[in-house]
Design a protein around this ligand. Sequence first.
Ligand code: SAM
Length: 288
Amino acid sequence: MIIENLTEFASKKFGQNFLQSDVYVHKIIQAMPNDNLRVVEIGPGLGDLTKELIKVRNVTAFEVDKRLCEHLTTEFEEPIRQGNFELRCGDVLERWESGSLLDEPYHLVANLPYYIATNIILKAFKDELCQSILVMVQKEVAVKFAAVAKQKEFSALSVLASSVGKATLCFEVEPEAFVPPPNVTSAVLLIEKNQSRDDEKFERFLKIAFSQPRKKLSKNLMTVFSKDIVNQIFAKLELDSNLRPHEAETSIYHHIYNKLKDTLDGKQQQSGKLKLSKSRERNTKQFS
Ligand code: SAM
């Protein structure tokens, strides 16, 4: 398949912004973990990053766009035949519904479709076979994952990232490096996992804790949990009641969660009622 006009070809629906820069492709390759594990690439697109990845690793790629699957099957005929490149056509999120993406440990390396980038990263946190995540995303998203406590960007996503490992913002990429150029600056984010975590209840708890990021953490928690219980926990952990959500370390979130998680089951604690207020419903939305 010959693609005459990349801008016309690119599908907005699938978040297609093709990276057209050898410099950044090589910077991504250099940032990869230094071992021989298989690489999973999500959204190989036209195969520019894939071409370099298969020079250094065995690769399995997931691509949703049938036109691109056709293109890649022809373009990578030889590596597919030799067994160092495997292409799976379909929605990667559907593939995750039935367990891990692979049946062996792997590193995720990708220029992600931005409309589902956060969702993909959260799925990779849960996938026990995924050892690390090296992805191009919107800069704002990368900053949220990589922030540390006390930075104003420290968010539920930062807590989740630091609960599975270490997140680093590697470098920024300007819109002009892509065709068509996205409306935002991008950044490459590396998350080196030391464990996986699949705890939907903890995610729900964080949505409550960060529901109003500039308000007090205790007040956010009191929109769902009883005032008495929240005050007791703050006293026990010797926490300042004026603490804002971005000021508490990840370990503090785990301590508070451990004391409240039974309440999140729907059980009521003796000393207070579980309040299911409007703000709780807002909190069920995707992390922002
Ligand atoms: N890797 C290419 C590059 O760097 O130029 C393309 C990156 S483009 C930002 C995102 C790619 O993800 C596109 O090829 C798109 O078709 C693919 N994609 C979008 N949604 C997907 C999904 N749910 N599952 C698998 N691939 C998807």
